[in-house]
Unconditional design. Structure first.
Length: 347
């Protein structure tokens, strides 16, 4: 299915990172630093661009489980770090309650919730006046956001009005809540409603000696809905204004360590070069970068994670060197002290 959209995507074959294990590599890919504690890229964008929808967070995350291993994924991967917590990613779950504790308890009326929040807001305002803690103001605004989300989230997640043709486009899993396919449809619905940054995590990619069996299952779950998302955005006239990025935290070697047989072989972690693809949002379709014949080293046009972050921010209208936040006496940014925009990826 991805072959159907190949003329719309930019395939970056020369990505490189500094991390070789999952947790620090995902953290680096998300925050520009290998140690936890800094804002994620979604938080930086929410901070830099603000929100277009007062009834939904500017940054929303969804997680689906693939056919492979569970693969740990911490909520701090989409945290706001030292930025205000209003810029943290809001996690949507599958099932009846996409957001925990958003629904009123049984027998609790909306009018009672409104009175409760009004009184709680007055108490928080007293504390804000006394302590001058900016997080108290954030807490007040987030309570109000949660109140508005009680109406906006059920409408968002109700896909009963989506035509059968959409479910057929996204594949057989698209009617099952919590699957990657269903989350792709929700991602399009969120983009339609002006949510700035939507991130889908699909777990289970840590294949080593089990790669031949499990990679096919992962591809079946992600290939069709990923391509459908591009086609869907394009048919709605949204692709030019929506940047789609598809990839992981590092690559894989062409070999595997350990005892192997003809039927038991696999791949290992490889940070020196890997591939991601991008579409829409001002991206120039085509192939960028090149590796050697063994896919071990980059032969042309390397793209470091910092360069990639700088380019994504540029495509979203932000200068990565000017999008800063002063913390503990230093001005921090997503790209740390490095990064350059990859002009070859820009249309």
């Amino acid at each position: 299915h991805t072959a159907k959209i190949v003329d719309d995507i930019a395939i970056v074959k020369s990505m490189q990172t500094e991390q070789i294990n999952h947790d620090p590599a995902v953290t680096f890919c998300q925050t520009g630093f290998q140690l936890a504690g800094r804002p994620s890229i979604g938080s930086w964008l929410a901070y830099g661009l603000g929100s277009e929808n007062k009834d939904l967070p500017a940054f929303i995350v969804m997680v689906s489980q693939g056919v492979g291993n569970t693969q740990a994924l911490a909520d701090r991967m989409w945290n706001s770090g030292f930025l205000s917590t209003e810029y943290a990613g809001g996690k949507f779950r599958s099932g009846h309650d996409p957001v925990l504790f958003l629904s009123n308890p049984y027998g609790y009326e909306t009018s009672a919730r409104r009175r409760f929040l009004d009184d709680l807001g007055k108490m928080n305002q007293l504390n804000q006046h006394k302590f001058q803690d900016p997080e108290i103001s954030t807490r007040i605004s987030q309570y109000e956001m949660a109140y508005r989300m009680q109406a906006s989230v059920p409408e968002l997640t109700d896909m009963s009005k989506e035509p059968d043709s959409i479910f057929e486009m996204y594949g057989p899993d698209s009617r099952k809540p919590g699957t990657f396919a269903a989350n792709c449809i929700l991602a399009r619905r969120l983009a339609e409603r002006g949510v700035r940054f939507i991130q889908l995590f699909h777990r289970g990619w840590d294949q080593h000696s089990n790669l031949p069996k499990e990679i096919a299952g992962q591809c079946r779950q992600t290939d069709q809905p990923s391509a459908a998302l591009i086609q869907d955005l394009k048919q709605r006239g949204m692709l030019n204004d929506t940047l789609v990025v598809w990839g992981g935290e590092f690559g894989r070697t062409v070999y595997s360590q350990g005892t192997l047989t003809e039927t038991n072989y696999g791949r290992d972690h490889h940070p020196r070069c890997f591939t991601v693809w991008m579409a829409g949002g001002g991206v120039r379709p085509g192939v960028y970068g090149e590796t050697d014949d063994f896919g071990y080293n980059i032969a042309r046009d390397p793209v470091h994670v910092h360069d990639f972050h700088a380019t994504v921010l540029y495509l979203m209208g932000l200068d990565h060197e000017k999008l800063t936040f002063k913390h503990q006496g230093r001005r921090y940014r997503l790209t740390d002290v490095a990064g350059k925009v990859v002009n070859g990826l820009i249309a």
